[in-house]
Write a protein that binds this ligand. Structure first.
Ligand code: BGP
Length: 467
């Protein structure tokens, strides 16, 4: 079986991770521009000031994407290029840059798949409370509308937010993302809700204003499975899915929150403000989502957690990725000895992607799914100047096989975006954790070089994944 003509083969990036040019052409300062320079705040050896200089080299990069045969490029817009302070004055040069990127994609028939928010919040908004402040919620709606007006004649695929849960959890519980706060569960849940509500308002505006195209959100996707055969682990997996999947997918796709989680939060004193009006907005927007984007790297393997004492969650636990989550008295994630893991301890399980997507279908019906990120973070071997990333090829090949299987089983999967199109800045690991099809030589003027996986993906796209 081949992938159909309509299935989109893509690859992704995000503004802070690739662009650089952090203070050029009128761009304002983002929370990451500040946070990544605070000593001890991140694990990275460096920051995104220059990143891989995509801002100046987008033409070269998009030409390489075209050579690879890429059908769609998922990238994000840096809010502070458009509105340097988040709201207030508009920066024409920022609009010009993204107009150029979009036009360059279209020149090669590459479909631009645009994320409005991939974590780089204007610092002016961050210091005034970030996503806990109504001003940010309003500013985002204005920024989104500006983008729809400016680019909507050519952009037909919009993602409002990338991985709400990761930037909220890392920002308010792990302290590993801005604003760098530890263990503030109350604000973590409040921020989640504020962002879902903002998403709903943006979707309603998009549809009411008659903009043409598809709009959705991208969530991290780490479906939970029992780590062993114990009944208690099965129960723990059900609960983990409520906390770590349905809590995010329900408000978007059903317009409600899972009762079980709301009750748990009430008991622990973490309940967030949820007005009648908010609930009506969520309910109204839910059926208007055109797709759901899922970023899949690994599942969670869980067992019960009976502890009632609050475990301190630190930045150490956040580097383990989604697998390192635990909720006291409910569940905890564990490593399973005979499963395979990446160098960074992320489990490799293409089967769990398929099982997880069936879980989504059972819960939400057959809403179109785009896999908006999936890929292998590795330190790629260089042999005589060639980048021999066989492990990445193996990883993506296996995941695509299960995507294909999912389609044959009736899942409505519309496209696959590998993370990432080019080597870029990993939020917590600097430049040494590589994901790209294109290598960037940090010792030699950021020169680009095609990896083995570049040629492999080119062949996959050309043959529509026949092999
Ligand atoms: C996702 C983010 C991406 C990317 C990816 C890999 O959560 O949306 O921006 O960074 O994870 O993560 P990491 O770089 O930490 O390995």
């Amino acid at each position: 079986m081949k992938f159909s003509k309509d299935f989109l083969f893509g690859a992704a990036s995000a503004s802070y991770q690739v662009e650089g040019a952090w203070n050029e052409d009128g761009k304002g300062v983002s929370n990451w521009d500040v946070f990544s320079k605070i000593d001890g705040k991140t694990y990275q050896e460096t920051n995104g000031d220059v990143a891989v200089d995509h801002y100046h080299r987008y033409k070269e990069d998009i030409a390489l994407m075209a050579e690879m045969g890429l059908e769609s490029y998922r990238f994000s817009i840096s809010w502070t290029r458009i509105y340097p302070n988040g709201d207030g004055e508009l920066n024409q040069k920022g609009l010009d840059f993204y107009n150029n990127v979009i036009n360059e994609c279209l020149k090669y028939n590459i479909i631009p798949f645009v994320t409005l928010y991939h974590w780089d919040l204007p610092q002016e908004l961050e210091i005034n409370g970030g996503w806990t402040n109504e001003r940010t919620l309003k500013a985002f709606q204005q920024y989104a509308d500006t983008c729809f007006k400016a680019f909507g004649d050519r952009v037909k695929h919009w993602i409002t937010f990338n991985e709400t849960v990761i930037f909220s959890r890392h920002g308010y519980i792990f302290g590993a993302h801005p604003p760098g706060i530890l263990n503030d569960f109350k604000n973590y849940y409040q921020v989640l809700h504020n962002v879902f509500l903002t998403h709903a308002k943006v979707v309603l505006n998009f549809k009411d204003s008659g903009y043409q195209g598809d709009i959705g959100i991208t969530h991290v996707f780490s479906p939970a499975f029992p780590a062993d055969d114990k009944e208690s682990s099965k129960k723990a997996a059900e609960h983990a899915n409520m906390f770590d999947t349905f809590l995010y997918y329900d408000p978007i796709l059903k317009g409600t929150y899972p009762e079980y989680v709301l009750n748990q939060l009430k008991e622990k004193g973490y309940a967030f403000e949820l007005s009648q009006e908010d609930q009506e907005i969520l309910l109204k927007a839910a059926p208007l989502n055109d797709f759901i984007g899922i970023n899949y790297y690994q599942p969670m393997r869980v067992i019960a957690n009976d502890s009632n004492t609050s475990r301190e969650i630190t930045r150490e636990s956040s580097t383990g990725g989604a697998g390192a989550v635990s909720y006291d008295g409910v569940y905890q994630t564990v490593k399973v000895p005979d499963h395979s893991y990446t160098k960074w301890g992320w489990e490799i399980s293409p089967e769990a992607l398929l099982d997880g997507m069936h879980l989504l279908k059972n819960e939400y019906g057959n809403i179109p799914i785009y896999i908006t990120e999936n890929g292998l973070g590795d330190e790629d071997p260089i042999v005589e100047g060639e980048i021999k990333d066989a492990a990445r090829i193996d990883y993506i090949e296996k995941h695509l096989k299960f995507v294909k299987k999912g389609i044959s089983e009736g899942l409505n999967i519309k496209g696959y975006f590998a993370w990432s199109v080019i080597d870029l800045l990993s939020w917590l690991n600097g430049y040494k954790k590589q994901y790209g099809f294109i290598y960037v030589d940090h010792k030699d003027h950021l020169n680009r070089k095609k990896k083995d996986s570049f040629y492999w993906y080119q062949e996959v796209i050309a043959t529509r994944g026949e092999n």
